[in-house]
Design a binder for this molecule. Sequence first.
Ligand code: ADP
Length: 479
Amino acid sequence: MVIDGPMFIDGEWVKAEQTFEVINPATGVVIGSVADGNQTHATQAVEAAHKAFASWSRTTAHSRSAILYRAWQLMLDNKSELAALMTREQGKPLKAAANEVQYAADFLLWFAEEAKRTYGETIPSARPDQRFIVQHQPVGVVAAITPWNYPISMLTRKLAPALAAGCTVVVKPAESTPLCAIEVFKLLQEAGVPAGVINLITASDPAPIGKVFCEHPAVRKLTFTGSTAVGKKLSQDAAVGLKRVSMELGGHAPFIVYKDADPVHAAKGASLVKFLNTGQACICPNRIFVHKNILTEFVETLTSRIKKMRVGNGAEEGVAIGPLVDEKAIVKIENQVNDAQDKGADILCGGERLTGDTFADGFFFSPTVLTGVDDSMLIYREETFGPVAPVIPFDDNDDIIAMANDTHYGLAAYVYTKDLSTALRSVEQLNFGIIGVNDINPTSAAAPFGGMNESGLGREGAREGLLEYMETKLAGFSI
Ligand code: ADP
C-alpha cells in the first residue's frame, strides 16, 4: 500500500499539486506519495506560525507542559506502529527503530518537565535605587530542518524544547523520510497543539524551502541537523537576517583504545557503536585507534563479532544491519574502501556491496573491518556514514590526543582505559563535544548533545536545549 502524505499548515492537512515518492531502502518498493511543497507553502507555514506565536507564547508553561505530556504518552502508545513505519521508510532494524521511538518520546517527557523550570533571576545592582530582573522568553518562529537517519527523534529533539519554550515551529523533514514526520505531527495534533503552532512542509527539493526559512523576517531561529556543508550554507544565509542558529553537523569520531584497556570489552563497544544505524550516525567512530600491544586481540574480537551480524531487511527477525539510505551512500563507501586498499590497508571482512537475491533492489554494503589505516587515506579524513570500521594502530611514541584531534570535526569521541588520569586527561584535551569513557552511549534527553569546531553550534537536549529557544531579557527598575 502506498501511503498518501499531506503537509500540515495552520492546523490543516494540505495537499500539493505535485507529489514525490518515498521508497523502502531495503526493497526499492515505493511506500509513499508525499506532497511536494514549494516556497508558497513554506511562506504560508511561516506566516501561520507567526500569527500563532502571539497566543501560544502567552500560554502558561504548565499548559504547554500538559500538551507535551500527552504527546509523550501518545508516542509510547503508538511505539510499535511508528517503529514499523520507520523500518520501512528508513531501513533500521525493528528493535533499533523501537529504541529510537523511545528516545524520541524521552525528549517530549524531558521538555514537558523542563517547560516549568525556565527560571529567571534577580541580580543585585551597584545603585541603591535599582533592581535587575532577568527572565527568559521564547525567541519567536523557529524553522527546523531535520535529517533522515533518525527521522523521529531528531524531530522531537527540536520540537519539544521549542514548544516548551513557547515558540511556534515550521519543520522540513528530509525528503527520504517524510512519512515518519507526518505521523509525529498527527500525534502532536491529537495531543492538543493548537493550529499554526506546528507546521510541516515536505519537499523533494530542500533548497528553495531553506531559502524561505533563511530569508523570511518572521523566522527568528533556524535549527538544523545534517551535513556540515549544508549547515555552513544555511548559517551564512541565516546571518543576513541575523537569525539565531543551532547546527548539529557531521562528525569524525575517534575511538581510542589505550594499552591498559580490556581489548575484548573495547572491541564489543566498537562493534556496537560503529555499526549503529548501519554506520549512519554522526557519533559513529570513524577512526579506531588501538595500541599495538592489544591490537591482535582487539581486531580478532571486532572481526568475529562483525561477521556474525546479519545484514538484510530490518523488518526481518534477527537482522542487525539494515540498508544504507541510497546509491550515493554506497558509492562514497566503495570509494573510501578502494582508496584505503590501494594505499595498503587490509580488508579483514566485508569490503563490498551486497548484491543478488534479497539484496538486489536495496542499498546494502557488507560490514567491513579495515586494518593498517593511516593518514594518507580518504577514510582517515572523510566522514564515512556507513558500516566500515577503520583500525589505526598506535604506539607509545605517538601523540594519540593530537592524532585524534587532527580533524575539523568535533562531535563525539570515545576513550577506553582503566586509568583514571588517562581518562580525565583525554576528556580535557580532546576537542569534541561528547566524550564516552568506557561507554558507547553517552546520549540522553537529559544530557547536552552537540559538537565543537565544524560539527556545529549549540546543544540539544538537557537544560541547555531549552535555552536555545529562549531570549534572555533584562529589566532594570529604578524604584
Ligand atoms: P545528508 O548528507 O546526511 O543527507 P543533508 O545535509 O544533505 O545531509 O540533509 C539534511 C537535511 O538538510 C535534509 O532535511 C535535507 O533535505 C536538508 N537540506 C539539504 N540541502 C539543503 C539546502 N540547500 N537547503 C535547505 N535544506 C537542505
